[in-house]
Design a protein around this ligand. Structure first.
Ligand code: SAH
Ligand code: SF4
Ligand code: F3S
Length: 449
């Protein structure tokens, strides 16, 4: 085969990033080569996201650019993977004829087959969702590095009324614990230092009675030089067992992403989030008590249908009470096919924007205050690379996911754990200096202290 250079761009969440590695694993196994230069590609794939309208518009724009490449190279195959596959099918394959290939998240095993169909001049279309596919046995293609992301479950059964994910990714299913632990062992052997376990709602992980806390313990026992993170936890299902597991295992980071979405019980009910703010704050309080130094981040949507100014103030109030380390903040975007799509999108665009800006401003202030309190403290960071602004500095992250910049030092290498003292802080970044490199035993002692 000559026409075997694959170029892929990934949009959306970390799960899509992890899927891209699975796709490349499958394609490499079938003799394809990966290129980072779009001009050299025989097959261009976009792994897409449809969570908000602006995510989709970006992809349409990109496909517009790519269609000009196709004019100069008619043999070029253009394919859409991921969450837009389902409803893009008619629009792009039949109406606009830009793409040759549309393959959804559960059909990647058959991607080589669909590519062949496209090379033979037909449209390669595979958009069926599966109740069982977890790509358990596929070895994802990963460049060497420090950090890796592993999907431990796929799909979502929560059906929050604003969200397309249950429709684009289908029903919830978990990958086997043993296959995940094996993959972590392989990554440990290759020198990876940080693993993030991924799922839309990792707390409903279930492999023959092993729950997510069991999985976390098993994974954290693989290599005590590895940090383990996870995302995302749904507030309804975050168990006491999970909180105690995080507290008991030094390798499990003291950092929980716990999307609240809104501070108003009435809006949470309309969103079908299935918890109240009292329940939510109860979890936060419990976790703060049981896991010393734990930090939280969240997702917030502004301008959901019927949201009043009072509802909005309740969101600001929850933010002030929890004091999140970070937040992903969005304007509500109606998505076809969801329950909320049938509700009137009645908060005017400028009101959504104004409320979002207030949410962003408050979060920035909270992050600034939290970071100022870090000044003078000692932390252990995993050194991840050179600072983007200057190669005289390195950056790393604390257990609680905060970025710290430190000057280069003769004994500090990327991948080391280093004890640092924080000297200065902005709302986004801490600045410090190393006071010690940390060996394995010290790291565990320090982390469990
Ligand atoms: N499974 C994760 C989140 C997946 S989507 C969870 O439940 O937390 C990531 C975030 O995108 C969501 O938490 C939500 O804040 C946001 N989001 C999802 N659909 C949206 C929509 N229609 N409009 C605006 N934001 C949305
Ligand atoms: Fe979407 Fe809700 Fe599932 Fe998260 S839990 S993916 S927001 S339906
Ligand atoms: Fe987007 Fe799909 Fe992830 S819609 S956020 S890529 S699950």
């Amino acid at each position: 085969m000559n026409s075997n250079n694959i170029y892929i761009e990934t949009y959306g969440c970390q799960m899509n990033q992890a899927d891209t590695e699975i796709v490349l694993g499958i394609l490499k196994h079938h003799g394809y080569k990966v290129t980072n230069e779009i001009g050299k590609a025989d097959v261009i794939l976009l792994n897409t996201c449809s969570v908000r309208d602006n995510a989709e518009q970006r992809i349409y724009g990109r496909l517009g650019n790519i269609s000009t490449l196709k004019k100069s190279n008619p043999n070029l195959i253009v394919g859409v993977l991921g969450c837009m596959a389902e409803h893009l099918r008619n629009d792009l394959v039949e109406d606009k004829k830009i793409v040759d290939l549309v393959v959804g998240p559960d059909e990647y095993r058959r991607l080589p087959e669909y590519i062949n169909i496209a090379f033979n001049g037909d449209k390669g279309i595979g958009i069926k969702l599966s109740r069982t596919e977890t790509y358990d046995d596929i070895i994802p293609y990963r460049e060497d590095g420090l950090q890796a992301w592993i999907s431990v479950m796929r799909g979502c059964d929560k059906f929050c009324t604003f969200c397309v994910v249950p429709f684009t990714r289908g029903r919830e299913r978990s990958r086997s614990l043993t296959s995940i632990v094996d993959e972590v062992k392989q990554l440990s052997d290759r020198g990876f230092r940080e693993i993030t376990l991924l799922g839309q709602n990792v707390n409903s992980y279930n492999d023959n009675g092993n729950d997510f806390a069991d999985l976390l313990s098993a994974v954290s026992n693989v290599d005590n030089l590895m940090r383990i993170r996870f995302s995302t936890s749904h507030p309804q299902d975050l168990s006491d067992k999970l909180i105690y597991t995080i507290a008991d295992h030094p390798g499990l980071c003291n950092y929980i992403h716990l999307p609240v979405q809104s501070g108003s019980d009435r809006i949470l009910d309309l969103m079908n989030r299935t918890y109240t703010i009292t329940h939510y704050l109860g979890i936060i309080e419990k976790a703060k008590k049981i896991i010393p130094g734990v930090s939280f981040s969240t997702d917030i949507i502004s301008g959901f249908p019927t949201e009043t100014y009072e509802d909005h103030l309740m969101t600001l109030d929850v933010m002030s009470q929890v004091k999140y380390d970070g937040a992903y903040m969005f304007k509500y975007s109606p998505r076809q096919g969801t329950k909320a799509f049938k509700m009137l999108d009645d908060v005017p665009e400028e009101v959504k924007s104004k409320r979002l800006q207030e949410i962003i401003d408050l979060q920035q202030k909270i992050s600034y205050d939290i970071n100022q309190e870090m000044i003078g403290k000692e932390e252990i960071i995993l050194v991840e690379g050179y600072s983007k602004k200057s190669d005289l500095f390195l950056y790393g992250r604390t257990d609680t996911n905060k970025v710290v910049i430190i000057p280069l030092g003769p004994d500090i290498r990327i991948g080391d754990y280093v004890k640092v003292k924080i000297d200065r802080a902005t709302s986004a970044t801490l600045f410090g200096r190393s006071i010690d490199s940390v060996n394995r035993e010290e790291k565990n002692m320090a982390l469990s202290a």
